[in-house]
Design a binder for this molecule. Structure first.
Ligand SMILES: [Zn+2]
Length: 220
């Protein structure tokens, strides 16, 4: 009855889902551009951050192409309330990472945070389900309060001249001591330029002897 009133549609192509299909239809699932079932994109990610931040392990699932399925899925996840997609991809990657010896030494999962305004508007962090499921698979904590994003207003003069840049965001760590000697797995929905992850990493590395690994749903 609920299905008749609110038919479930594929998060990518919007066609009706069959009863046994979950979130993404079989056709779209088969057309997903998966990065690599062997290395999960680690070489590409490490290359992107080479000389900028030290990364232990890195993994991603999908290739992002303009107008491709990955773009549609991430759009549904961020702007159409399809937050279950985040958990779906987290379960997928989590089931792979738990078998990898290199992820056994990771201590905790931290998501790239949204600022409070964005979080309120969206109602959830799109990386949450992804991070929670990976943490479950690795049997480690998921901590989403320690790294946060703060928007601060720029000076009035600046505001008037450049309306688009009214505020700037900064990442901060609430209790840096808690992260001393920790191996952190930082998670996000997508890596594009890597600038956001780099900014987060700079803050996380302020704690002593931190090791950093990365996991994202997609890479552009
Ligand atoms: Zn579909």
């Amino acid at each position: 009855m609920i299905n008749l009133l609110f038919p479930k549609v594929c998060a990518a192509c919007k066609s009706l889902l069959l009863t046994e299909e979950l979130l993404i239809c079989t056709m779209c699932r088969h057309s997903l551009s998966v990065v690599s079932n062997q290395d999960f994109g680690e070489p590409i990610i490490k290359q992107l951050f080479f000389g900028k931040i030290a990364i232990q392990n890195a993994s991603t699932l999908l290739k992002f192409e303009k107008r491709g399925i990955t773009q549609k899925l991430l759009h549904s996840l961020k702007y159409q309330g399809k937050k279950d997609l985040s958990s779906f991809f987290g379960k997928w990657l989590g089931s792979e990472l738990k078998n990898s010896p290199r992820y056994k030494e990771v201590d905790l999962v931290i998501p790239v945070p949204l600022d409070s305004k964005r979080l309120k508007k969206r109602g959830y962090n799109q990386a949450e389900g992804f991070g929670v499921e990976i943490a479950k698979a690795l049997q480690i904590p998921y901590l989403d309060t320690i790294l946060f994003k703060e928007s601060r207003a720029k000076s009035q003069v600046f505001k008037k001249r450049f309306n688009r840049f009214q505020s700037e965001s900064v990442f901060k760590v609430a209790q840096p001591k808690l992260l001393d000697k920790k191996h952190i797995l930082l998670v996000d929905d997508i890596i594009t330029t890597g600038a956001t992850i780099e900014k987060c990493a700079q803050q996380l590395f302020k704690s002593k002897q931190v090791k950093l690994s990365l996991a994202t749903i997609a890479i552009a």
